[in-house]
Every structure is written in C-alpha cells, then in structure tokens.
Design a protein. Sequence first.
Lengths: 332, 668
Amino acid sequence: MRVDVSEKPVGVCEGRDGVEVGLSAVEQCLVDLLQAGPGFDLDLLRSLLHGGKRLRAALLLDCARQVGGTTTSSDVVTAAATIELLHLGTLIHDDVMDASLTRRGVPTVNAMQGDSVAGYVGLWTLSAAMAAMEQLPEYIYGRAEETLKAMCDGQFAEAMALGNADRSVDEYLTAIEGKTGSLFGLSSYVGARLCCDDIGHAEQGLSAATALGVAYQIVDDVFDLDPKGTESRGKPAGADVRAGVITLPVLLARDRDDSVGDLLTAVGKDPELATSILAVVRRTHADVSALEVAEAIIADALTDADASPLRPALSRFASSIRAHIEVGLQWE
Amino acid sequence: MGVRKVVIVGGGPAGSAAAIAASRRGADVVLIDRAIFPRNKACGDAITPTGMETLHRLGASAVVERGWAIEGARFRHGNMSGRAYRLDHPLGITIPRHDLDAYLVELAVESGTTLIQGDRVTDVVGDAGSMRSVVTNSGRSFDADIFIGAFGTASPLHPIFGGNPDSIVMSGLAIRSYATGMDPEAASCLDFIFPIAHSGQLIPGYGWAFPIKTSEGELRVNVGVGIMSAHYASVSARALLSETYARLREIDEFTRVEPLDQPAAGLLRSSPHIQLSSYSNVLFVGDAAGLVNPVTGEGIAAALASGEMAGSRAAALGEEYPDCASVTSAYVAGMGHVNESLFKMVWPHASEPAGWELCGVMMNTQRPTFRALRRTWVKEFVNPELGIKAEDTPNDAVGSALATVRSPLLERALIELRKDRDSPIGRVVQSLVAPGSVLSQEGRDVTTALELLDLQAQLMLDVQPNGSHDTVLSNGLPLLLADMILVQVQRIGVRTEAARSLLIEFGRSQAIMGIKLRQTSDAKAVVALLMNQAGLLLGSGMKHLVGLGPSPAAPEVISLARLVGCLHDVTWRLGKVRHWRRESPILEELPPWASRDGKGMPALEDALVDEAKRLLAQKTSRQGEDSGLAPVLCDVQTAAWQVLEGSTEPDPGDRPLVSPGASRPARR
C-alpha cells in the first residue's frame, strides 16, 4: 500500500509562501487537466484527488524555488500537477491490487465501480498525466518513464512478497524505494531541473528525495499499525498486516520474537490475529526501531545533500516526516 | 595408468547410472550402499521423458516397459475439479523407487560393478586435495583413483567428501505415502494440487497424487506434498500430508483414497550449479550435487543424466583426460547449465507464497493472461521437454521491449499472450511499405508501440469487473502487466514522438471505451465498443505513420486498415466465444468482455456474427486496395468466412499441448 496520510502535516506551510501560491495554481491546473477528459463520470476521481496533500507537488515547487525558479511559472505548475496525476493513477491501480475499499477517507474507485472500471480510470489518469507531460521539456519525459518503471517494479516486488514471512529488510527497502521513493525523487529532480541549468543539483535532489520518500513510507507503515490513526488515515489500523503486506515494524518484531513468524503464518486465516501481531510490535518496541530507521535515513539523506542549494526544501520535507515520527514516538 | 578404480557411494539412480556407465567403459567399479536392495525410498516415483531417454541409453529399457505409462497431467485448484492436459507423447512413467533402484543396481552388477550393500561409509582417507580411500562401518577400506558421491540430499557424507553445504541455495521438504482407492479410470494422469496451505496460510509448493503399479501389478497412488522453502520446515509435514489426503477425498476420482503405509519424508536441496568437492578426485552426482529441480522438486532425470556423465568421464581418466581436474571440467561442461536458468526464471518467486497462489489460479482459468502464464509454466517447468526453444523467443522489437519486464516468467507469458492474439498490425504496416524500401526507425517504433498497446488492451479486458479477492493477484496481475506495457511504450516514446502521441490518445480513448463497455450488458453495444477499440488502434496507428513510412496514409488507407483491424478482431473473438460455449465448464471464468452471465453468450455470439457479416459486406475503395493492403484484407476475410461457416476449429489457446486423438474432457 502506498503512502497516504490525509491530515495536513505539521509545518507544511510555514515559511513557504511561494509554495502555497504555487500549490493553488497546481489545484487549478489539476482541475483543468481533469476537465479535458470527459467521457466518464469524473466525480470519483475528483473526490479522491481532493483528499490529497500534494506533498510531491509541494516538494517540486519548493525545490524549484530554491534554485531561483518561480513557483507559479507555467512549466513548474504543470509539472507539479502532472506528478500528482501520476501519483493518483498509481494509487487507483494499487487499490485494485490491494483490494482496498477506502482511501483518503472516501471509497476507492474499485469499491464503487468494480476492479475493471478502476483499472480503466487509473489508465485514463496515467494517460492524462502523460498528455500533460507533452507540454514540458523533452528530458522530463524520459525521467518520468524511468520513475514509472521503478514504481511498477516496486509494486511487483510488493505483490510477490505478500504473505512472505521470510521477507528480508533489504527486500522491503528496495520495494518501497521503487513504489514510493522514486516519485519523490522525480519531484525534486524536475523542480530543480526546470529552473536551473546545473544538472548536478537535480541529480542530488533525486537521490536525497528518493531516500526521504523511503523514510516517509516507513513512517506510513508504522502508522498503519496505530489504532489511533484510524480516523486520520482513512483506513483501518493493521490493514497492511491483514492484507499480508509485511512492513518494517513487523519485520523487526519478527526478528525479536519467534512467535511473530507463526502469527504471520496464521493471520491469513484469522485476521483477528493482527491485533496480537500489533501487540508484539509494541512490546518489542519494533515500531520505535522502525521510526529510528526512518530517522537515520533522513539524517543521511540531508547530510549527503548538505552542500546542495535544494537543502532547505529537502529539510522542510524532512521536517514534515519528522513531525510524524515525533507523534509516533509519543505513543510510548 | 592401469585400470581406473572408481568407488561410488550411494546406490540410488545417480550412483547406479554412474556405476553402469563406468563399468561399461572398462573401469574397476565398487558401488557401496548402506541399505540392502530392494529398499523403499521417499519419492514421487515419476520419471520424465528425459529420464526415460537416459534409461534407454543405459540399457534399462526393461524398466521403462515395466513402469506405468502416464499420458497427461491434471491441475487442481481450490475446490475446482481441475483441468487436464494430455500430450501427444507420453509424459513419462511412474515406478516405485523400491523396484527402480533395485533393478538399476542389478544392472550395474551385470555390467561388472562390485556391489557392497548393507555397509555404511563412515570416513575417508585423503591428503592435500586428493582422496585415497573410503572406510566403512564394518572396517573395510576401498581405495580408488576417483570417487563419486551419490549419497543424496543432506547426507553427513557431503562435508566429509569435501562438499560445501553453504552453497546449496534452495531447500525444501517432501513427504509421501502409498494409498489405495483411486478410480482406475483416472489413473493415466498425474494430479497436481494447488495451492497448499497450513493453518490457512499459503505455502510454496504443491500436493500430488501419482498413479503407480506395484510389481504385483496392483494399482496404487503415490500421494505426497512438497514444500519449496526452508522456512516451512517447521510446519508439520505429516499434517500437510493429511490435509492433502482430505483435499483429495473431495475429488471424485479419489473419494475412497486410503493410505497404506507410514509416510516417508525426504529433504530437497537445489543449487543453480553443480556442487563441487574440495578434493580434486571427487565428483558429486544427483541430489548430492544439488540437481533437484528447484520448482517441481523432481530429481530422478538429473540424477540419471549426471550419473551417466560422471561415470563415463571418470572411466576415461588417464585416456581421454590426463588428470582428475580435466575429468571434473568435462563432467561439469557435459552437464551444461543445470538449474541455472530455472533459478534465473523463478527465483526469488519460487519461495514466495504469492507465486504459488498465482500458479494455482493460472492452472484453472480461461482468462488469457493466466492461460498464457500457464502455457509458459507447463512448457518451462512441468514438462521442460516442451520447452520454449531459442527460436520461439521473438527477436523483434516487441520481444525486446517485453524482455525488460521485471520477471522473466511474466516476460515469457506476455510473449505467449501475444502469440495467442496473432495481431495483424505488423502485416498491415509491412504491406504499406513500398517493395524494396525499409521502414524508418520511427515507423518501426510506431509499429512496436501499436502491438504493445494491442496487448495492453487485452490485459485491461482481462481485469474482471468485481475482483474475486480470494486472491489479490487475480486482477492485480493483469493490471500490473498492463502498467508494465505502458512503461514499455512510454520508453519507445522517449525517442519517437509519434509513439508517445499514440500512447496518450489510445490510452485515454481505450479507458473511456473500457468504462462504457463495463457499463453495458447489451451484446450489440459490447461488440460495437470492441470494434471501436480495434479500429481505433489501427486507424490512429496509420495516422501516426504519415510521413514516417515510405507510403503516405491517405484517408482510404486509414479506413481500410481499420477494416482489417476490426475484421481480425471480430473473427478472433467469435472463435473464442464459440470455443467457450462448447468447452468451458465455468462460465463465470470468462473474460469480462464476453458476457456478464452465461445467458448472454448466445446473444454475444449472434452480435459478433452480425458484425462479421457487416464488415465482410463493406465496400472498399479502389485507392485503399491499391495501397498494398489488399492481400492482408483478403486473408482476414478468408479467416472470417471460415469461422462464420464453422469450417475451422477456433484456437482454444491450449491446443499445442493437447493431442486431439487422445483428448478426453476434463472432469466437471
């Protein structure tokens, strides 16, 4: 399951007036892009879109600003909207694969219309994103292609690992780097690349933001286990565990307590056992350790990007993840 | 050097094959086994055609005659009755290892081998890099120039003989018992049971029920279950076997099945490469060399082949080969790549439950995606003798685009899917190229993109309206493959703008048509939408070829290309519908474009017939026919007439594996 936290993260607008202005232009752009596609009822798509936080768009705008770009320039806004559409398209397909019934607090397309319609709605959204990309400089398209490939590969690895209690931490990290990290990487890359001739900056943004995206996914996976997160996240606690998606906190708990392996084996038949798995995660502090892993990844990414002009933008994105980590650590 | 002395430890098929081959070559051979033959051995008891070939070569044809001939395989999934596959040549034989091993040991003795049975090798004597002799429990010592380790899986002798246990990559477990009570009518097929589960959790592996004749001529069934991952070694194998029995009894042919003896279990270890010893004069063969098939757990064929190879090479020491090192390299080279390609193909998915669940789904559905996967699976793993030959792998642009898909298994399945579809796109484009001239790179790219998009459209149609969420991959897999194809077309679009525009246009129109398709149940409207899609693809393809190919795409040519695309599509679908109406026991398994329910099928067939007739009656312009498309049009028209008149057997997809003569319907 891909990241989706519905409430606005702490500190998302502080000191980023340019980004805020840009984001409202992105909203308008998204509305325009969706209007360009009649033929089926777009209300579902709109309500799904409405719940998003535009984290990727915000990161792109912020990176653009750091290298001297304007957050309201046509290319920057179109690129940000395009990335949000790409994100939306893959979310719709993910929901089919995960058989998720709610997302961002509203029913998923597959829940409302069935899997095949959801498949087509996702395809339409991805095609709309690619159409929007046509308006952007040529080199963006190539990068986006690589990103979509990485996302597919990551999702495939995730699908094949369902229910695999043997999954290694490395396999998990590789999968989430593809399915989640890569699009954050693209956001930073495109923001920098559109507004600055130094490709080095864009490449640096790509690798740092990819890592931050991984941390973001880890935090989301920890929050999936939080019973208190039910309302805010729009999906029930422990949904991943019940669906056979084995994430970092569970992997760490497995390595600390032998009973987890058996529980993971049995949870397919008896979803109620998810509660026991969550209890072991808590008891062994595997959730805290997972958050610490996320924190370490963030720290490394920011250190690597220390000399980059994108550093302030990356730091702001990192702070929003860290705010969640703080919340998570307070559960204790 | 005088007569070469060869000591072989272990008298299973690998050891005996080595003894037979080495003795025939004039070596002085001693074969040592801890048991006294005949003895029982935990095994599936099935021998593949490759294994049979080796047996014939070894002069063991009598044992092949004595075995029980197997004509096909049945794959059971969940509560379904399962689909049967029959081949136009025998799938193999079954014979109890009790009999097979004793026979082969006897054959070795007849060939001149000295047999030491009922004595266990406990230690070896050797020095830096070379083994001199083996010592047995009874205190005897046997020296030799060269030693062959044929002691099976996980033997304590493996490290003593210089093996490195860490180099075994995959390990698993198999357990079986013999049973009675199988319906004799069904006793010509191997039954495979998917998926297997423990406490509701899927486990990588499969259950089996293999009919077999005892030496007294009585029909028995070898019932077993194999697990393909070490993690599940903690699961009770006996409990799994009991569950397999319980599952079997739900199947008509096995309702009265009862175990006759205590279950026997064995470990499975597999490695991508032949296991080598740290001693220069030791060769490992069969299971001891890690030659178990990592997917099916089958090991006899490789045991026989490796034994024969090692035995004949060892006997040629001092003649053909100057030293032990050259014997070893000749042996390794002779065995080829062993399991390497299988490991590449399925690893790491073989150890993942989702991969095996997928396997169960694909064995029992008519959905094109899974059927293509199934054909790949059967060809590659269940019966590698039918394996996809090098020339079957398309060397064209579409093939290489598919080759970048994440999993080699999926890549093969997509290639199969494309074969099944037999798209006219390539021919249409080719016909438009003026004789003697070559299509530009852009033209080729657009053609590739068109074929990939055609494949994607098929995959999207394979996503069922309401996913059966008992398996997440049921709809997820076709959708994911469709996304992967989107990425491939996008990649082509990086260098060719026309391909990019095609993707954007077709992707959106396809989505809109697909959604409408799902919202209508009127057969005529469904057919109209499908035709729209087929026509759109070729029509917009031609539009984008303007200025790229040597031939200009006039409106007449575009409309003729659309006609070809529609006629091909309607013929293909009509063939499918006719086939399903006749064959499919499970109407809800049909692709969603076919019908919402069984009642809609006749209406759908009528609508397709009407559409085919309408298209056949369509007038074509002179200018269009002059474009070079006339022969392609003529071909699709002929095919359409043939299907309309019912004069051809529509392609059931699985046909290449089924022999019409031997065909018996799968049990409903």
